[in-house]
Write a protein that binds this ligand. Structure first.
Ligand code: GLN
Length: 468
């Protein structure tokens, strides 16, 4: 697969966006992994022709003719958008979200929608109403989740760029398990307008790409303030880029002993190799600790479910999507539509979230979790006083087998043990491939940095790609 930058350079030089898009549509149609759930052929070809017309008229576009796939929780005008849930079946988005619109304005063409865990709740893509996604590296295994379809479509070479969302690891964990780059930007870097909300204080949209430079290009085009999302920030991202040289000399790389205990041996071996390569390239290792990180998963399953129970209350059978045909009164319309429309994991989260927010329990759960969240933020601030970035594994294991963890939600939740604290603190994090375990399954290294160090993380990822 050519890089997004190569495709854009060719199209800017006068080859054709239409040809790029036609080829990508054909690859999407042949997708053997259930990564692609909807193909937008007519819309995409019209967009490709519009890009070609702009180039003919003398414009140069940073993503000219680059085919892109987007997760099913990102709104695109006129396109069915369902979060891979039965409850949103038939919902046609009336507008395009800001991040997607900015990519389109830069010449990208959205060719397809990708599979995901229902409402982005999951770590294996097995809660989707469209069925599981197969990992392109080994189809008996899951691709990770919740943005499993986006990770798999880049890994399989269908598109050079895809978008996902990350609330607790949903970009970084599947990127790691599929062997591609995936990044959760600083909270507020990318507008959430047009992203169907899960946990609003945690959600960020981010890119998947085959390499750090393409991810950097997509991210800087999406980033920036948006009047339609009051949590988006006017931060200059124009210098974010992965080609910066010499980024490793003198870099203080933090590592946390707690991230090593209990790691799968194949993941640990790659982490050790990454550390050694960084030191050889001039970085120094600094041992750090994140003393409250051990509570991150517990805190997340209070805060994220609380926010989800509120966000998902709008899906009531009246305003969007599925409505039951079997109700005697309004109360039954609400209850039965939701029972019929939401899958088991989403119902579990809504019940948990409603409980932690209820009178009498709010202080014991939600408020306590907010207090621990503040401590986790302070841990990061303390760590970044001693180091520039934190290196660790993105996932405790490589890709597991389809069905292996579906019976045990707690085991599934532990897949995100290394990624969740990032969202709680709002700091940026990415996963970059760094080789494979003894079975040939991809291993991703996670890099986390202080707020707005996104450009630096991408540059370090670019350097790590060369050391791999
Ligand atoms: N796997 C985590 C969950 O199930 C994170 C999901 C996400 O980041 N959207 O909630």
């Amino acid at each position: 697969m050519r890089t997004a930058r190569d495709i854009a350079a060719a199209v800017n030089a006068g080859t054709s966006a239409r040809i790029e898009v036609e080829a990508a549509l054909a690859r999407a149609k042949a997708d053997p992994n259930n990564a692609i759930i909807r193909i937008h052929a007519a819309r995409a070809l019209a967009q490709a022709d519009a890009v070609d017309a702009r180039i003919k008229a003398g414009e140069q576009l940073p993503l000219a003719g680059v085919p892109v796939a987007i997760k099913d929780n990102l709104c695109l005008t006129g396109v069915e958008t369902t979060c891979c849930s039965k409850i949103l079946k038939g919902f046609i988005a009336p507008y395009t979200g800001t991040a997607v619109a900015r990519l389109e304005a830069a010449g990208a063409v959205i060719i397809a929608t990708t599979n995901q865990d229902e409402f982005a709740m999951g770590s294996s893509n097995e809660t989707s109403a469209f069925g599981p996604v197969k990992n392109p590296v080994d189809p008996t295994r899951i691709p990770g989740g919740s943005s499993g379809g986006s990770a798999a479509s880049v890994a399989a070479g269908i598109v050079p760029l895809a978008l996902g969302s990350d609330t607790g690891g949903s970009i970084r964990q599947p990127a790691s398990l599929c062997g591609v780059v995936g990044m959760k930007p600083t909270y507020g870097a990318v507008s959430r307008y047009g992203l169907i909300a899960f946990g609003s204080s945690l959600d960020q949209i981010g890119p998947f790409a085959a390499n750090a430079a393409d991810a950097a290009l997509a991210l800087k085009l999406m980033a920036g303030h948006d009047a339609l999302d009051s949590t988006s920030v006017a931060h200059d991202a124009s210098a974010w880029d992965a080609s910066q040289t010499d980024v490793l000399k003198g870099l203080k790389v933090g590592w946390c002993p707690a991230h090593v205990a209990g790691l799968a041996p194949g993941v640990k071996a790659r982490l050790d190799a990454a550390k050694a390569a960084l030191v050889k390239a001039g970085a120094t290792l600094v041992e750090i600790s994140l003393p409250h990180e051990q509570y991150a998963v517990a805190v997340y399953y209070v805060l994220a479910t609380g926010e989800a129970s509120s966000n998902l209350s709008r899906f009531d059978g009246i305003r969007y999507g599925h409505r039951t045909t079997d109700a005697a009164n309004l109360g039954e319309v609400y209850a039965k539509s939701r029972v019929e429309g939401f899958g088991a994991e989403v119902q579990r989260r809504i019940m948990l979230g409603t409980y932690v927010l209820s009178t009498g329990y709010y202080d014991a759960y939600y408020k306590k979790a907010q207090q621990v969240r503040a401590k986790i933020c302070q841990d990061y601030a303390d760590a970044f006083a001693a180091c520039d970035v934190i290196l660790g594994p993105a996932s405790p294991t490589t890709a597991f087998k389809v069905g292996e963890k579906t019976a045990d939600p707690l085991q599934m939740y532990l897949s995100d043990i290394f990624t969740i604290a990032t969202n709680l603190a709002g700091v940026p994090g990415l996963s970059v491939p760094f080789g494979a375990d003894e079975q040939g399954l991809p291993v991703g290294m996670q890099l986390q940095g202080p707020m707005w160090s996104d450009g630096k993380l991408l540059a370090i990822a670019g350097a790590l790609e060369k050391l791999r």
